[in-house]
Design a protein around this ligand. Structure first.
Ligand code: C5P
Length: 400
């Protein structure tokens, strides 16, 4: 799992203006929010930035000409249909004028005419061009037609002039695109700490105790928090998942290491979600050399265990007033009742209680859970872990 996807596609139109290099940052901003991006460029845009840049960033073909679609005779139509939003940034006066008139003489303007997706335009041009009556009139025509704009800003322009016409800030354009797609950035400015995966507790240098946790639930929560704009720290035991992009990943092995890492990042966290399946016990005195059977070493036949620290309970006990702590309760029986007990005993604000056992919970892509709070219980149907992750974050955010 690389990043939580939203299943949304933005078609990014890049037209020929010096600000075209900023489109690469727009691609990254949208991807960070879990949006798939495909790029279509005018011939003039290719003079400023190469399609290779966008191909490398998006891992998608980049459309630059009307008649060179890879094996697709109606390239502009398929592009038009794929888009949930057509964002043109930067949009030149020329492209804006053509769209206002319905001219379709290249791949970008043809796609703009062919698409039923909402259009969002971020203009960029010289101040005189931006203020020219023709441009203002074209903008009015487009606005009347329902096209949205991220207005150009005042500032120093590449041509040396000072005035309105500079492409809006990348963050502003990305936020406008996400809003147009109906995607929330409700965790912007928040910090989220997630523990995930199992811990492993050494018996000797080659053997350890662990459990079946795959880390999928914690990674889904971390990815959803990134997508919703949070700064995320993911403290993870050993799993075979790739950490989501754009977060701080802290790999750990044992419960002791997990506690140390989580304690370091907990004070700054607004929301802490303790998803990890921490081993309750660890070998009391791990051997420094490989234990061998048959050489009289009793420690392999009888491993003496001692209790691990409870990371959730330890940190929830010192939580500040502005922090929300979410724990998990993986239960094989009496899921609701045990979850409620854990809410109190661990001083958590929320407990996500779910059934585990053979073929349930661990390692699956779906989960069925109760979200237990001090003011009630949410009884959720089985759903993908990605979807459950968003509901857990919704609940935590309500309590912030
Ligand atoms: O007590 P139990 O292991 O069922 O509690 C589960 C919850 O407590 C989970 O949120 C888990 O991450 C957390 N936990 C912990 N440290 C432990 C044991 C559990 O943080 N040593």
């Amino acid at each position: 799992m690389a990043a939580a996807t939203t299943q949304k596609t933005v078609l990014l139109g890049v037209s020929g203006c010096i600000a075209a290099y900023k489109s690469a940052e727009i691609v990254r901003g949208l991807q960070k929010a879990g949006v798939r991006v495909k790029v279509v460029m005018t011939a003039h845009a290719c003079e400023f930035v190469g399609p290779t840049t966008f191909r490398a960033l998006t891992h998608e073909p980049v459309a630059t000409r009307l008649f060179d679609g890879p094996g697709d005779a109606i390239h502009h139509v398929s592009l038009a249909q794929e888009a949930d939003l057509f964002l043109i940034a930067p949009c030149t006066a020329n492209v804006m004028a053509k769209i206002a008139c319905g001219i379709a003489d290249d791949i970008l303007t043809t796609t703009a005419l062919a698409t039923k997706a909402p259009l969002l335009i971020a203009p960029a041009m010289n101040v005189n061009m931006y203020e020219a009556p023709a441009t203002r009139q074209n903008m009015t025509v487009l606005k009347d037609r329902g096209v949205r704009f991220v207005e150009a800003e005042e500032g120093y322009l590449a041509c040396g002039d000072i005035g309105a016409g500079r492409l809006a800030e990348v963050d502003v354009i990305v936020a406008a695109a996400l809003e147009a797609l109906g995607l929330e950035r409700d965790l912007a400015g928040r910090r989220v700490l997630v523990t995930a995966g199992p811990t492993i507790e050494a018996i000797d240098p080659v053997r350890y105790l662990t459990n079946h946790s795959s880390g999928k639930m914690g990674y889904a929560i971390a990815a959803a928090a990134v997508r919703r704009g949070a700064r995320v720290t993911l403290v993870s035991g050993p799993v075979s998942l790739v950490p989501p992009q754009d977060l701080l990943a802290v790999p750990v092995r044992s419960a002791a290491e997990m506690l140390e890492a989580a304690a370091e990042h907990f004070p700054a966290a607004d929301i802490a979600v303790f998803t990890a399946a921490v081993c309750d016990m660890r070998p009391a005195s791990p051997a420094s050399r490989k234990l061998k059977k048959g050489d009289g070493d009793e420690r392999l036949a009888t491993i003496e265990l001692e209790e691990n620290p409870d990371i959730l309970a330890t940190l929830a006990a010192v939580k500040g007033p502005g922090q929300v702590v979410v724990g998990f309760a993986a239960e094989t029986e009496n899921v609701r009742a045990n979850g409620m007990k854990k809410l109190a005993s661990k001083q958590a604000d929320l407990i996500v209680a779910n059934q585990v056992g053979e073929n349930v919970g661990f390692g699956q892509d779906e989960n069925q859970a109760y979200i237990i709070g001090h003011d009630g219980i949410l009884d959720l149907p089985e759903m993908p872990k990605d979807a459950l992750a968003d509901i857990i974050l919704d609940k935590a955010l309500e309590l912030l």
